[in-house]
Write a protein that binds this ligand. Structure first.
Ligand SMILES: Cc1cc2nc3c(=O)[nH]c(=O)nc-3n(C[C@H](O)[C@H](O)[C@H](O)COP(=O)(O)OP(=O)(O)OC[C@H]3O[C@@H](n4cnc5c(N)ncnc54)[C@H](O)[C@@H]3O)c2cc1C
Length: 558
């Protein structure tokens, strides 16, 4: 081999070796976050899992996402019985056998431990969907529904009580072979955002259950034993008020299949190692679970937080891949990382990852505080509006950051088996659509502002995080903008809300990072300054800041 070629190949090897470093140990910020939110007792689990994320899970996720290993659907068994079996590749199961014993779902047995599960999810998501992030989000939502139902409805129907208890035990299991996981089907052909347009019918039976008829258009985690399904009772009113939520088991207690059929598995851009189907319900037995609006709120709050955490994981991976590559790769006689334009991209990647993580985990801690009844009305109101906005911010940002990371890798960035980045980019486009698209989330935030004035508690919450006059002033400016918007006719608000949300992102994230003080990410002050920087032409501190951010993040590489 020519020495130049050999050197370039060695650089690839060094880059790959650097990425095998433990994802927990290699992440000063998540360690600081865990310390801040009292997760010290779980560090050994996080560290062990972080090691697996960078090695075994990484390898399995590559395997599980090969075209030939994607989920398969077997409609019939060998004797011609309709079974609708969805088979996942052994590599997906191998990941599951590492993930479930961490107690990622079992931690929901008691309220107040969600941030532990989300820390594990964050690490896992550094391998993208990996076949399990969506199932985990759905399962966490279903656990909460079944627990809340038990607490608040007081139903004594013998069948239901026994089923619910048995289901919960399986959902909370740490044993992958024994565990059940959940799925959530709201979307029909005519609408995902517009759940009020649902037409799947639910007919009451004598034992308190219903029979479901109709088609669901997007059914992820189709292999799950338990589905949460929205449907309209025969006597249901029009719109969302007439829709109810049901739990549907794929198999009945005697093992017989419930009355539903898969129509096909969808061929997807991303999240491909997880099976998404179209499903016909043909009289399937479903058990009603409480008030639909409350169910949707509980499920969506949880899944939007899960979604945001996954985006944070993918952004961290984008930064890790690109920064390590740029420090090993050479062009025109220099390290790529030393070109100012690349150094700036690396700083941007680091800032985006830290900023998203700081605010997202603050919301995760707030979610636990709410569940433990330790949060006041103001914080609850702030959590509602910020969880929606944060899902928009992080999912939109993740896609742009993954694209930037791919650019840092040059042509190699576009090669599917050179790095994880193309797969993560495809996954991130899907997470943008899940749990509410951007416009829908911004429209919800606008409604919450104009009808419920929730922007006031939101700005109260953010201002309490801010430490400097500069950030407080910026928040005041954005608050004035939101007040104006909230009072405009609906069409005017709808036209401008996304701009207002975009402007708010950097200030909200800056406040969250500032609140971490000296215990935040390395180079925290520079990160805040970078988030709030204005016109780059006028930005005299840009070069220094980029140096500070990159040096603080990767001191060994400088
Ligand atoms: C891979 C994959 C898996 C999925 N899995 C599931 C699943 O398991 N279960 C499930 O229930 N769903 C699932 N979905 C569906 C997903 O939740 C929906 O696609 C999403 O809710 C958007 O709905 P829609 O596709 O009908 O878009 P539409 O609602 O038709 O939206 C189209 C456009 O209109 C905009 N829009 C809609 N309403 C408004 C409004 N009020 N204000 C402003 N803009 C608006 C949207 O932002 C979007 O840009 C999945 C989707 C994908 C891609």
């Amino acid at each position: 081999l020519h020495p130049t070629t050999a050197h370039a190949r060695q650089a690839f090897e060094a880059w790959r070796a650097a990425l095998r470093a433990n994802a927990w140990d290699d992440d000063d910020h998540i360690q600081a976050i865990a310390a801040r939110y009292d997760l010290g007792a779980h560090v050994a689990t996080f560290r062990q899992f972080g090691g697996a994320v960078s090695t075994d899970i990484d390898d399995h996720a590559v395997e599980a996402n090969r075209d030939e290993n994607l989920p398969r659907w077997y409609p019939y068994d060998g004797r011609g019985h309709r079974v609708d079996r969805v088979a996942l590749h052994e590599a997906t199961h191998a990941i599951g056998r590492i993930v479930w014993p961490t107690g990622i779902m079992a931690r929901y047995r008691e309220v107040g431990h969600e941030r532990e599960s989300l820390t594990l999810l964050y690490l896992l998501a550094q391998n993208g969907e990996a076949g399990h992030c969506c199932p985990l989000a759905c399962t966490a939502g279903l656990i909460r529904i079944l627990q809340v139902e038990a607490h608040e409805d007081g139903r004594t129907d013998a069948n239901w009580v026994a089923l619910r208890q048995a289901w919960l035990e399986r959902l909370l299991s740490t044993d992958y072979a024994d565990r059940w996981h959940g799925a959530q089907f709201l979307t029909e052909v005519q609408g995902g955002s517009d759940v009020g347009a649902n037409v799947v019918r639910a007919t009451p039976a004598e034992d308190g259950s219903y029979r479901l008829h109709g088609e669901k258009w997007f059914c992820s985690v189709a292999d799950a034993p338990l589905y949460l399904v929205s449907a309209r009772p025969d006597d249901g009113r029009d719109g969302t008020r007439g829709v109810m939520a049901f739990v549907v088991a794929r198999h009945l207690p005697d093992g017989a299949p419930n009355a539903l059929r898969l129509r096909r598995l969808k061929s997807k851009l991303g999240t491909r190692s997880m099976a998404s189907a179209e499903i016909d319900f043909e009289g399937a037995i479903g058990w009603p679970v409480g008030d639909f609006r409350r169910i949707v709120e509980v499920v969506l709050d949880r899944s939007r937080l899960y979604n945001a955490v996954c985006n944070c994981g993918m952004m961290q991976r984008a930064w890790r891949e690109a920064s390590r590559y740029a420090y090993h790769r050479r062009a025109f006689g220099s390290r790529v990382a030393d070109f100012p334009a690349v150094a700036r991209m690396l700083a941007d990647l680091r800032v985006a990852a830290c900023a998203a993580r700081g605010l997202t985990f603050r919301l995760a801690a707030l979610s636990d505080a709410i569940d433990l009844a330790q949060a006041g009305d103001t914080d609850r109101a702030a959590a509602r509006i910020l969880t929606n906005l944060n899902k928009y911010w992080t999912s939109h940002l993740a896609t742009s950051q993954l694209r930037a990371a791919i650019e840092v890798l040059g042509g190699n960035g576009a090669i599917e088996d050179f790095s994880v980045l193309p797969r993560l980019l495809r996954d991130s486009v899907v997470t943008e659509a899940w749990e509410g698209g951007h416009n829908v989330l911004c429209a919800q935030a606008l409604r919450d502002a104009s009808r419920l004035r929730l922007h006031e508690p939101m700005f109260g919450f953010l201002t309490a995080l801010a430490r400097t006059d500069g950030v407080k002033r910026r928040l005041d400016g954005e608050a004035a903008r939101w007040r104006w918007l909230a009072d405009q006719p609906a069409e005017v608000g709808a036209l401008h809300i996304r701009d207002a949300a975009d402007r708010l992102r950097v200030v909200a994230q800056a406040a969250a990072i500032e609140a971490e003080g000296d215990d935040g990410p390395a180079g925290g002050a520079a990160i805040v300054a970078h988030l709030l920087a204005g016109d780059p032409w006028e930005d005299r501190g840009l070069a220094d800041r980029i140096r500070q951010i990159n040096q603080a993040a990767l001191p060994a590489e400088r």
